[in-house]
Design a protein around this ligand. Structure first.
Ligand SMILES: *Cc1c(COP(=O)(O)O)cnc(C)c1O
Length: 380
């Protein structure tokens, strides 16, 4: 992580800091390791829709994975090719479906029969054929290292296999829909590759089922979800993409001419971003002291929302360590970044770097408490 302290001291805090050098290195590795097998990578725009980041990712030739009409428009604006754009989401509005149709996107990832019917209706009205992939709930547990095939049907996402006969029947009556793919996404921040092995095995079974129904689709989309190292980013500035893609190459059964697609978000952008914040006050607490900083859940909501862990560094102190709760200024008890964290003795005016904030950071920021939006800066 490149960091220029003299420069940091001059910038109004809090701010996001993106290391574009690391982003470029990461993208180069993803490109090389995916191309080895002819795989298509669509960047999951929801992880970070910052225009400069989008343009950088686009420059490597990746497609985009969008979950809203505005993400479709932002991707097109950033230069992504509509032919490489997929549009997922359990609740696409009428306007959003029309945006996809108007812009001739590659594929709608569809999650229910009613959605298929509405897309068919709008496609017919526009005299178009909409290409769709069925998002299937594969019933694979993303958090375990066993090949588990039970338990996730309560999820709102995807179509369950027991509904699939009905889906095929519905498709017969929808002339403006073309089934081109099967889509899966089992979860996020997955660091145990066994979960992806389980997914491959399940996808093979599901493909067999479709084959038995005389259907071979053009593509298989295995989603995203590859995790990053939040506790020790320096040790792993990028995930092991080579092994990740190799798992699919080794285990996924691909039919002749079938293409394989991925939707990576976090794995591409998490490590290149940091949130830089200034310490406002040190306040004495009962067990530990509070380091009250000028960034809060408004700039990075992951700790408050998912009890997520981010590494925090004091960039300006090298004193002996003491224990702190690092908290923000927002009027919510969940507005903290770390509890009982050992940091070099910290004083008012010190700069803290909250690491691995490139994914689901800036894009989830809000103006709650009427906060001013933090600005993003970049190092080449
Ligand atoms: C969120 C999401 C992704 C990206 O997830 P990451 O964990 O950031 O890789 C991919 N596909 C779909 C359908 C998603 O909802």
């Amino acid at each position: 992580m490149k960091c220029d302290l003299d420069q940091f001291r001059k910038i109004k805090t809090p701010f996001y800091w993106y290391d574009l050098g690391l982003l470029n290195q990461t993208l180069a590795v993803v490109k090389k390791e995916s191309q080895r097998y002819g795989y298509h990578v669509h960047y999951a725009v929801k992880a970070n829709a910052n225009e400069r980041i989008l343009k950088t990712i686009r420059s490597y030739g990746f497609g985009a994975d969008c979950v809203s009409g505005n993400e479709v428009l932002a991707s097109l604006n950033a230069g992504f090719n509509p032919n490489e754009l997929v549009f997922a989401g359990v609740g696409k509005s009428d306007d959003e479906i029309k945006i996809g149709l108007t812009n001739n996107i590659y594929c709608f990832n569809v999650e229910s029969i009613p959605e298929l019917e509405i897309i068919n209706e709008f496609a017919a009205a526009a005299s178009k054929i909409a290409s769709v992939a069925l998002r299937i709930n594969p019933n694979v547990n993303a958090s375990t290292h066993h090949y588990i095939t039970t338990g996730l049907e309560e999820n709102k996402f995807g179509i369950n296999m027991w509904e699939m006969e009905d889906v095929l029947k519905a498709l017969e009556a929808l002339p403006n829909i073309k089934l081109i793919g099967l889509h899966f996404h089992i979860g996020s921040q997955i660091t145990d590759l066994q979960a992806f092995k389980g997914l491959c095995i399940r996808v093979n079974e599901i493909q067999q089922w479709f084959f038995a129904h005389h259907i071979i689709v053009d593509h298989i989309n295995v989603g995203g979800g590859l995790g990053v190292n939040y506790t020790d980013p320096e040790k792993e500035l990028m995930p092991d993409f080579a092994t990740y893609f190799q798992v699919f190459h080794d285990l996924l059964e691909v039919r002749p001419k079938q293409t394989v697609h991925f939707e990576l978000g976090r794995a591409l952008v998490a490590q290149c971003g940091s949130l830089i914040s200034k310490v406002l006050y040190i306040k004495k607490g009962v067990k530990t002291n509070f380091a009250i900083v000028d960034a809060g859940m408004t700039e990075l909501i992951r700790p408050a929302l998912y009890q997520a862990v981010h590494k925090i560094e004091n960039l300006t102190s090298s004193l002996p360590e003491a224990k702190y709760d690092v908290v923000g200024p927002i009027c919510e008890s969940s507005d903290f970044f770390a509890k009982a964290l050992m940091l070099p003795e910290t004083k008012r005016g010190d700069l803290l770097s909250i690491r691995s904030a490139g994914a689901y950071g800036e894009v989830m920021s809000s103006e709650y408490n009427l906060r001013t939006k933090a600005v993003a800066y970049y190092s080449e």
